[in-house]
Design a protein around this ligand. Structure first.
Ligand SMILES: [Fe+2]
Length: 227
């Protein structure tokens, strides 16, 4: 999630909804497995229903958390393209977003040693570990938030999250996620906005500096990359 120049525009090919198509349905041969399987597309439909039914942030998080837990524990539930890595940085691949951009579902990949900055989302967020393990540090601001360029933040917790773990963050949540293991880490994220196009903040804990950035998506071309 390397900061991109502000004002960079991205284009999402909306069909009406932007959905990454699963590439394999081979696991659907058994009637029993069909009953147990929970697909990404079904998860997207359930999230869509939830966010339109519950305008309250805490209720949305409470309702989606068990759905995300079910998705990340369901074998083969996520198309492989969602976890296309990048050599140069942590990868964010858009899986699904409705036309009105009420939420976005992302596949995240960290190669060993890759990290995010300390950052916020300025919306509610759920992050579920699909495979591997991630180290997640949570932070909070201790200043009054009145200076848009400088913040005081403190680390409130740090833990290793493994497959099946779901972190929930409200719109004031601040965290950093990295991979200190020797294997890739993959995860599914849900945000209450078009997170790849949204301007948000990264934080320098040493200087207090706040930087604005737009992350983009690795699998959605910027306007400048189209031909
Ligand atoms: Fe994040």
């Amino acid at each position: 999630m390397v900061p991109q120049p502000l004002g960079t525009r991205y284009t999402v090919q909306i069909k009406p909804d932007w959905t990454l198509t699963p590439i394999s349905t081979g696991f659907l041969k058994s009637p029993l497995m069909q009953t147990e399987h929970y697909s990404t597309s079904q998860f997207a439909r359930d999230v869509d229903t939830c966010v339109r039914k519950h305008p309250n942030e805490s209720e949305v998080l409470r309702q989606i958390k068990p759905l995300l837990e079910k998705l990340i524990l369901s074998p083969g539930s996520v198309p492989a393209e969602a976890f296309t890595p990048r050599r140069d940085r942590f990868a964010m691949n858009l899986i699904h977003m409705p036309r009105d951009e009420m939420f976005s579902i992302i596949g995240g990949v960290w190669h060993p040693g890759q990290t995010t900055p300390i950052h916020d989302h300025l919306t509610w967020a759920l992050i579920g570990v699909y495979d591997g393990e991630e180290r997640e540090a949570l932070f909070r601001r201790t200043d009054d938030g009145s200076n848009p360029k400088i913040a005081k933040i403190e680390n409130v917790s740090e833990r290793i999250n493994t497959k099946g773990h779901v972190t929930i963050l409200g719109h004031r949540g601040i965290h950093r996620v990295d991979n200190i293991s020797g294997k890739p880490t993959t995860s599914i994220h849900v945000y209450g906005r078009d997170i790849g196009h949204a301007e948000r903040h990264s934080y320098n804990p040493a200087t207090g500096e706040i930087s604005r950035f737009v992350s983009g998506y690795c699998n959605v071309l910027r306007d400048t990359e189209r031909f």
